[in-house]
Every structure is written in C-alpha cells, then in structure tokens.
Design a protein around this ligand. Structure first.
Ligand code: ZN
Length: 180
C-alpha cells in the first residue's frame, strides 16, 4: 500500500485526492443520481455482468421503467462535462448493445471523474465544457444500451491512471447519504 501511495503522489502530486485514490476510494463524497420519493429506498444492484475489470466498482441503481415513468437524474457531484452522448434509444440484453449507450461524463478533480449511463435520449440540457452543480437536474432516465427488463441507471466514479486519460480504474464511491 505504501508503494502505491508513493507512486500515485509521484504521478499526480501530493493531494488528498491522490491519497484517497491510492486506497481505492473516491476523493469526493457523492449524492445519489436518483432522488427517491418519500418512503422509498435507493436500491442498488451490484451483480451486473458488465461490472468487471476497470468497471468493477460501478453501481446500478434500480429505477421504474423509464418508458412508463422517467425520473430526474441529479448531478451527484460538481464538475465539468467532458463527454456527452444522448442520441440513442435502442436497448437490449447483451454486450452487443453497449454501443447504443447514452451517457454523460463529468470531470471532478485532477484525475477523478464520474459517468452516468442510460440517460434518456435528448434529455440533457447542458453541453460539453459546462459546469454542473451537485444536486442540479441534468437528465432523465432512459432505456438504451445494454439493458434488460431490470431498468436502471449505471453510475461509476473512476480515476484516470495516466495523464493522457486513456486508462482508468473505477473507485469505491463514498456516498454522502441518500439525497444531497
Ligand atoms: Zn451497470
């Protein structure tokens, strides 16, 4: 572990961000992207076959069927939008459908970012380069990409492993509690 911290500090500088990352945790506390209604619990589903390798710590949040009842998605942390895809409405069971995933990627720190997948087609009002604030409504739930009858929002926090931002690994998300 000590070697990992030293390597991370040498690469990205001596910040609390690099130390949290060296332990495998997000450096920021996150809200939940979906706000439960009164009396509801946020339900996570962690046995997705797609949550392996660098996606290991991604979480799925079970939602009602967005084709029947779309829910608001809130920015779980403040950051800058660096990637946005929202033109798809094709979905199905299996990795062949992954290319049809709508998602938004938000840079939070020097090397930390989060990604929310399966956002509704055309539901995002911010663009690449814009700042989103924690708790701000950023999208609606949707049905696209690799998705079975268990409708969900896929949420991942990760860190870039290199300066070129081509390699990443998911982090254990530190939640600040339900809601914001
Ligand atoms: Zn997922």
């Amino acid at each position: 572990m000590a070697e990992r911290i030293i390597a991370a500090v040498e690469k990205f500088g001596n910040t609390s961000e690099t130390v949290w990352h060296a332990f495998g945790y997000s450096a920021w506390e996150y809200g939940t992207p979906i706000m439960p209604r009164a009396g509801e619990k946020v339900r996570f589903w962690s046995d997705s076959p797609s949550h392996v390798g660098s996606f290991r710590h991604a979480r799925d949040i079970i939602t009602p069927d967005s084709l029947v009842k779309p829910l608001l998605i809130m920015a779980p942390q403040t950051g800058r939008v660096i990637c946005l895809v929202q033109e798809h409405d094709v979905f199905g069971d299996g990795p062949d459908f992954s290319g049809y995933t709508n998602y938004i990627t938000v840079q939070v720190g020097q090397s930390e970012f989060y990604e929310i997948c399966h956002i509704g087609k055309g539901s995002v009002r911010v663009g690449v380069g814009d700042i989103v604030h924690k708790g701000e409504q950023i999208a609606l739930t949707g049905a696209n990409g690799w998705m079975t009858d268990r409708r969900h929002v896929h949420f991942m926090v990760a860190r870039w492993k290199n300066r070129e931002r081509t390699l990443f690994e998911s982090l254990r998300i530190r939640f600040s509690g339900v809601g914001f």
